[in-house]
Design a protein around this ligand. Sequence first.
Ligand code: ADP
Length: 252
Amino acid sequence: MNEGWPAVAPIIELRRIAKVYPTGEEDTVALRDVDLTVRKGEFVAIMGPSGSGKSSLMHILGLLDRPSGGRYFLNGEDVSGLTRNQQAAIRNRQIGFVFQQFNLLPRTTVLDNVLLPTLYGRVPDGLLRAVRVIDEVGLRDRTNHRSNQLSGGQIQRVAIARALIMEPSMILADEPTGNLDTEKSGEIMELFQQINAKGATVVLITHEEDIARYARRIIRLKDGRIVSDEDWQLPFERSRYDETGDAVPPVH
Ligand code: ADP
C-alpha cells in the first residue's frame, strides 16, 4: 500500500471509538468500533442518514465530547483522556469550527466577529491575521459591516474566517451549506477547497451528494459504523507533501 511514496503524517487517528448515550432503559449506541485515519491535508466528507452517528463523530473529533471507549490521537497526541480544560486549549489552537447555524455575534462588525477567538489566547498579531483571513474569504470590502447587514453566504464566510484566524491545522464543518441555496453552497465549497489547497485538513458533514463531491474522500456511516470509505477523486498528489508529511501549497 502506497509503497515508495513519502509517508503523510496522520492528523486524526481513531481506534475502536465507541459512543454510547445512556437513555432510559436501553442505551443508545451512536458509534461502534470506529477506526479512522485522516492524513494531513486531506479533504473528507462524512455522509450518512439521520441518526447514523455523524454529529457524534464530529463532536468527538472536535473535542467537544468524549468517546465512551477507544482512543483518539490528534496530531499524534492521545487526547482521549485529557481534562476539559486541556481539551479546550487544544481545540482553540488546533481546530476551527464552522456550523450550519452561523453563530455570529449579532449587530457586531465582521472584524470583531473574526477577532473573537483571539480573545481567549494571546495572539499579538490578531488584527493582522483578521485582515488576512477576511481577505481570504473575499470580504475585504465588508470588514466594518455589521452581521445583520450581510447575506447568508457572506455570514458563512465570516464564520469561516473566524475558524481560520487561529491558523488551525484542521477545519471541522457541520452541514456548512445547510442554510444556503445551491449557488451560494457551491461558492462556499470552493472556498473550502481553496483553504484545503493551502494545507488545512478539512472534515465536513453533509447529507448532500453534490456537496460531498467537493471533497476528495467520502466516508459513509450507517448505524454508528463506517460502511464505506472512498478516495473518489484522483489519487493524492504526493507532491503536495514535504518529507515531514506537512502539506505544502501547490505550485502554480
Ligand atoms: P447524525 O448526526 O448522523 O444524525 P447523531 O450522532 O446525532 O447522528 O446520533 C446518533 C444516535 O445517537 C441517534 O440514535 C441519536 O438519537 C443518538 N443521540 C445523539 N445525541 C444524543 C444524546 N445527547 N443523548 C441521547 N442520544 C443521542
